[in-house]
Design a protein around this ligand. Structure first.
Ligand SMILES: Cc1cc2nc3c(=O)[nH]c(=O)nc-3n(C[C@H](O)[C@H](O)[C@H](O)COP(=O)(O)OP(=O)(O)OC[C@H]3O[C@@H](n4cnc5c(N)ncnc54)[C@H](O)[C@@H]3O)c2cc1C
Ligand code: SF4
Length: 446
């Protein structure tokens, strides 16, 4: 494995440019907006986890009211700009568009959402005012989508919010996890600054719960605490050879890609990516776009059981990534301390059409992939150590909540740390729910 010296700056910029470019002209946006049928029961709004009033914001675009359109979006989703770039819309709003039933392309809802919200952010159109401080103080752990969304609603109601964030930038996985061809670091920074622009939210960077601060301290100093620290590193494979040089965790691989220059990133010639979720797809496509000659995605189940969307898989395939289904990693073989091959058990379904756990074929057949890098993307591990240390009720590390409240006094939670890892738009909604519960707990009427 070598540091990336395969790409010129121009090639890198080309490979990592915006995968879903914006409308080039106002007319192009208007043509699409005018296709909307403004359905009475708006299946798109129902399919959006933050319930954005899609027909309303599209109608506002058709009447040249872009400012009002962005207001409609931000009212339901303060990260509406980021969501317009990263939402897996084929399984959300656009997947529900009635045009699909007519076998016509759905309204490009996300692209229209981007059209309005980008203008709002670029012009710093601030729509929400913070009420006068009511003296209540809330600490939020994590400046990701859930934490920011919760903080924004609380500050609107006059609560003084302090966010404790372990990294030196906000945005969470939006900044450190999602592929660079979906959102650039500059966009993430602009979006975070836009959200914080309302005032009343102090972010304390490089402050980690469990290291620099404790829950007890926060309970003493704040009226409520909202935990939104997401989930941690990728799960271990627990197979021989996992410690060899060249075996990397997908989250670390992508984190490095998002926080360093591409020349500082090591990528193999022949890469195996283990897993078939969105993280696996992002790791595979980015390894290929960084110049890996071969990338093979390995999944122990069938194609029908993949957790990424078909659209995401198509992106990986168009990038030239290969797939192997029904193959479970068994051993990593090394030479001189470095990865040389991945051996997998060939699997079969326990019962012919069962969704149960696949089993190795009875003949014990294996397959070997000669690779010099392995990226693990088989789900993420919750921060069980912190959660258990503070006796927070949980199921396998996922925090249990009731209307966003945990079992611990004054402590609320939401986002990936509760759902185990979904989408940005789900985390934004969780933040809204968390803020509503905290306001009710603090007896603040909104
Ligand atoms: C590789 C990858 C690709 C993805 N791609 C997409 C996509 O294309 N579209 C999409 O919608 N979703 C995608 N997701 C999912 C999405 O990023 C998450 O669902 C979303 O970011 C969750 O938001 P959150 O606020 O709950 O957590 P996070 O975004 O993880 O934010 C948590 C924040 O808490 C901080 N933190 C952690 N521990 C502590 C601590 N102890 N003390 C203080 N701060 C702490 C973290 O640094 C982070 O800033 C992807 C996820 C991954 C991993
Ligand atoms: S936030 Fe996402 S799911 Fe909701 S309408 Fe916008 S693009 Fe669709």
């Amino acid at each position: 494995m070598i540091k990336n010296n395969r790409l010129t700056t121009e090639q890198y910029e080309h490979n990592f440019s915006d995968i879903k470019p914006p409308f080039e002209t106002q007319d192009a946006a208007l043509v699409e907006a005018n296709r909307c049928l403004f359905c009475y029961d708006a299946p798109c709004t129902k399919a959006c986890p933050t319930s954005i009033d899609v027909p309303k914001f599209i109608k506002q675009i058709t009447t040249y009211n872009v400012k009002g359109s962005a207001h409609t979006i931000f009212q339901s989703n303060i990260m509406g700009a980021g969501c317009s770039k990263v939402c897996p819309v084929e399984k959300l709003c656009e997947g529900a568009c009635v045009y699909n039933l007519m076998e016509e392309p759905p309204i490009p809802i996300a692209k229209l959402q981007r059209y309005s919200t980008e203008k709002a952010i670029n012009n710093n159109w601030q729509y929400f005012e913070r009420k006068k401080s009511n003296g209540k103080k809330v600490a939020v752990i994590g400046a990701g989508p859930a934490g920011l969304s919760c903080a924004h609603i609380l500050t609107r109601e006059g609560v003084d919010v302090t966010i404790y964030e372990k990294e030196n930038k906000g945005g969470g996985l939006m900044t450190y996890g999602i592929a660079a061809y979906k959102v650039t670091p500059q966009f993430c920074e602009d979006e975070v600054n836009y959200i914080l622009g309302i005032g009343g939210i102090e972010v304390k960077y490089n402050q980690e719960l469990g290291k620099n601060i404790s829950l007890e301290e926060l309970q003493k100093n704040y009226d409520a605490i909202y935990i939104a620290f997401g989930v941690g590193l990728a799960n271990k494979l627990n197979i021989p050879g996992e410690e060899l040089e060249g075996v990397e965790d997908a989250i670390t691989f992508i984190y490095n890609l998002r926080s360093k220059t591409y020349k500082e990133i090591s990528v193999g010639d022949k890469v195996a990516v283990i897993g078939m979720g969105m993280t696996a797809i992002d790791a595979a496509t980015q390894a290929k776009r960084l110049g890996a000659k071969e990338v093979t995605m390995v999944y122990r189940r069938t194609e029908a059981e993949k957790s990424c969307t078909q659209h995401e898989l198509d992106i990986a395939r168009l990038d030239g990534c290969a797939t192997i289904w029904l193959a479970a990693p068994k051993e990593i073989v090394g030479e001189n301390g470095k990865v040389k091959a991945l051996i997998c058990d060939v699997m079969q379904l326990a019962e012919p059409d069962a969704k149960g756990k696949p089993l190795p074929v009875p003949t014990g057949q294996t397959l070997t992939l000669n690779v010099d890098m392995i990226i693990k993307a088989t789900g993420q591990n919750p921060y069980s150590n912190i959660i258990s240390a503070y006796a927070i009720d949980n199921t396998k590390g996922k925090i249990n909540i009731q209307q966003s409240a945990t079992n611990v006094s004054k402590v609320f939670a939401g986002g990936d740390c509760v759902n185990g890892g979904k989408e940005v738009v789900d985390a934004v909604q969780a933040g809204k729910d968390g803020a509503a519960s905290i306001l009710s707990f603090l007896q603040i009427k909104n």
